[in-house]
Design a protein around this ligand. Structure first.
Ligand code: GTS
Length: 218
């Protein structure tokens, strides 16, 4: 399988962490798509993913799977342990809900802030920017941090008692928040403590160095 990604990207980090959690790294080849040069907006790449975003998983039969949630679900189904998307109907429902919340309330909000409220990927790639929308999403992301802090005051992981895809998505949000200098508020003690625990996981620590990326059309 091929993964089209960018080694320091917060969304690609989600799939890199999932791969490491499932010990599937040896089954994929990483193909680097340079976001800063806008390679993800070129026709070749858009043919692989209409949305023009990373990461994308290419299967041996030529199928392209985009969207971190879909890729994680696929990888989780390929291999049994540990499960990242739940076993029972209730676990799967809760993980899906919290994963979606982690995207809407945190990760996607930070991403919109990056693309609209900061120079983003630069003038050659950011063809439309709306700073006010960006700043609103920045504030939404901080509210999201408070929300996840409240969740973690009553349970050890984002979707309950076990580590899951929803934890990975919040980790992605906090990786992105660090990149745009959006710190976790000091009063979010449960979120800070949880994040310190997450940063100790080998899958999170080794996510950037897990492979040497090759060129886009290698
Ligand atoms: N909903 C998509 C997913 O979950 O996969 C979003 C993917 C996404 O936004 N990826 C970023 C991207 O391609 C990669 S990174 O910012 O994390 O490195 N951004 C480029 C762009 O122009 O939006």
């Amino acid at each position: 399988m091929n993964i089209y990604d960018w080694h320091t990207g917060p969304y690609p980090a989600r799939v890199r962490i999932a791969l490491a959690e499932k010990n599937l790294q040896s089954q994929v080849r990483f193909i680097s798509v340079d976001l800063w040069k806008g390679e993800h907006k070129l026709p070749d790449f858009l043919a692989r993913n209409y949305s023009g975003t990373l990461p994308v998983l290419e299967l041996p039969d030529g199928t392209f799977l985009a969207e971190c949630t879909a890729i994680t679900q696929y990888l989780d189904t390929l291999d049994g342990e540990p499960t990242l998307t739940g076993r029972t109907a209730l676990e799967q429902g809760l993980i899906h809900m919290m994963n979606k919340r982690a995207e809407i309330e945190l990760l996607d909000a930070v991403s919109v802030y990056f693309h609209h409220g900061t120079p983003g990927l630069g003038p050659d790639v950011e063809l439309y920017q709306n700073p006010e929308w960006g700043f609103r999403q920045r504030d939404k992301a901080v509210r999201g941090m408070h929300y996840f802090d409240s969740v973690l005051r009553t349970q050890p992981y984002i979707a309950g008692d076990s580590f899951s895809m929803a934890d990975i998505t919040v980790i992605g949000g906090l990786i992105f928040a660090e990149l745009v200098d959006l710190p976790i508020p000091a009063e979010c003690e449960a979120l800070l403590a949880w994040y310190a625990r997450m940063e100790e996981r080998p899958s999170v620590q080794n996510r950037v160095t897990m492979s040497m990326p090759s060129a886009v059309n290698a």
